[in-house]
Design a protein around this ligand. Structure first.
Ligand code: CU
Ligand code: CU
Length: 467
């Protein structure tokens, strides 16, 4: 397992966010040097029925102390079902850390200096469970490993699915404000709350998402060019991380990310003038930034041009993103985030609106024969470019790259949306039936979940299509 926090990343974060993060980055570099190791063997308990481990806590990861895990960064702790597990955690640096085991509800207190604490519990649930530091930002900096309970090691799969905080993580694709009718700029207040919630990726499989306002993507914001936008940012008190927001519609440092680095339970705000019309991504920009995006922290803001966009009958809101989980789609239980797969840009899931085939059944897009539709389509990413296509339709107009100033491209089959980018497509629906939204890099649609359906109802139109 390679390290998640390289000195290069630490430097970039420090430059980007300023002094607040420098201490963490320096601590990370020190821990990183102390901890860097090669391939990790799994630890084995030495006395039957007992499993005892020592870990030292650094911002860059937990480092094994003693036994076969000695010196290994974030070692996999392998135990048998029914073992009495003892983990002794010793803080390794000036920063404060703790250790919690997800799914087992055990946690040390926050340890400062060179304090230690031992936690003991019985490993009575089969599966793999993340152990993490719960201090905001530390898990994402690399303080995460696995406790594996059961004979087959990692192949024993995830621990049981967790109770969900929200019934459906996915944003309703019709949940967006109507077009702006006023012909003048004004001041607009928008409200965002960072919330970490457990929800289903697919039936029977849960995941701890990080969100804006409890859905993926977050709210669709709609303003007019020339508006002054006041952003009110709250981070929920149950968060384990600092969160923030970078609006690509902003002209100013970090797109707002410097002003909104917000610890759990606190609020920040800033304001900006929307100088450029366009369709813009927003996303969390707290370290480790790709992790925050990959956990679900992104959405769209539309800055309408003067006079607005041409009227259409239906508008929809769709954002593509990746989920980097330890196990493949179809694995029941509570999925664990896999930072190594993210680093390698190999997601297990690629999804529209947050989860496996979210935009189907009750969440399908719907229109009637003879209507015109517009889909605002963004990519939160963090890494993959989308080749957006609707099977059985041709886009009459495409606002390529989210550009609302130039004339749109016309008569387009498949269009591009970049990570941190967006587009809008418009087309008329002439024939009833089901039209499938895909990323035409089709493994993502067929095997990884990026699939939606546009249901068109109305009279058959044999002049255009005869089955
Ligand atoms: Cu920590
Ligand atoms: Cu965040």
């Amino acid at each position: 397992m390679a390290d998640k926090e390289s000195p290069t990343a630490g430097t970039w974060i420090a430059v980007f966010l300023g002094a607040f993060v420098i201490a963490a980055a320096v601590g990370g570099a020190v821990g990183f040097l102390a901890a860097r190791q090669g391939v990790q063997p799994a630890a084995q308990p030495e006395t039957p029925g007992f499993a005892t481990f020592g870990l030292r806590a650094f911002i860059s990861g937990f480092v094994g102390s003693g036994g076969s895990i000695d010196g290994v960064r974030n070692p996999t702790l392998e135990v048998e079902v029914g073992d009495r597990v003892s983990i002794t955690v010793t803080n390794g640096e000036a920063l404060v850390h703790d250790l919690a085991v997800e799914g087992y509800n055990v946690q040390t207190r926050r340890l400062g200096g060179d304090e230690s604490q031992t936690i003991t519990f019985v490993a009575d649930q089969v599966g793999s469970f993340a152990y993490i530091c719960t201090v905001p930002g530390h898990r994402a900096s690399g303080m995460e490993g696995l406790l594996v309970v059961g004979e087959d090691g990692i192949s024993s799969g995830p621990g049981p699915a967790q109770e969900v905080d929200v019934a459906d993580i996915s944003k309703d694709p019709t949940d967006l404000p109507p077009p702006i009718t006023r012909g003048f700029p004004t001041t607009v207040h928008i409200f965002m709350e960072a919330r970490e919630v457990v929800a289903e990726i697919e039936p029977g499989t849960t995941f701890r998402y990080w969100t804006f306002n409890g859905t993926v993507p977050g709210p669709f914001f709609r303003v007019r060019v020339g508006d002054t936008v006041v952003v009110h940012y709250r981070n929920h008190e149950t968060s384990t991380q600092n969160h923030s927001v970078d609006f690509h519609a902003v002209t100013g440092p970090g797109g707002g990310a410097v002003a909104t680095q917000t610890p759990p339970g606190q609020e920040t705000s800033f304001q900006f003038k929307a100088l450029n019309p366009g369709i813009f991504i927003y996303h969390c920009a707290s370290p480790h930034i790709p992790t925050h995006i990959a956990m679900g922290m992104y959405g769209l803001i539309l800055v309408e041009p003067e006079g607005g966009l041409p009227a259409v009958d239906r508008e929809f809101y769709v954002v593509q993103g990746e989920l980097y989980t330890k196990w493949r789609p179809g694995t029941d239980g509570h999925q664990v985030f896999d930072g190594e797969k993210m680093r390698n840009e190999q997601p297990e899931y690629v999804v529209f609106n947050g989860r496996w085939q979210a935009l189907t059944a009750d969440n399908a897009l719907r229109a009637n024969v003879g209507e015109t539709v517009r889909i605002y389509f963004g990519v939160g990413g963090p890494n993959l470019i989308s080749s957006f296509h609707v099977i059985g339709e041709i886009f009459d107009r495409v606002y390529t790259m989210g550009d609302l100033v130039s004339p749109p491209a016309q008569s387009v089959q498949t269009t591009i949306a970049l990570p941190g980018g967006a587009t809008a497509v418009e087309f008329a629906v002439e024939v009833p039936g089901n039209y499938i939204l895909v990323d035409h890099a089709l493994s993502r649609t067929i095997d990884k979940g990026a699939l939606g359906i546009l249901v068109v109802e109305g009279q058959e139109n044999p002049d255009v299509f005869q089955p």
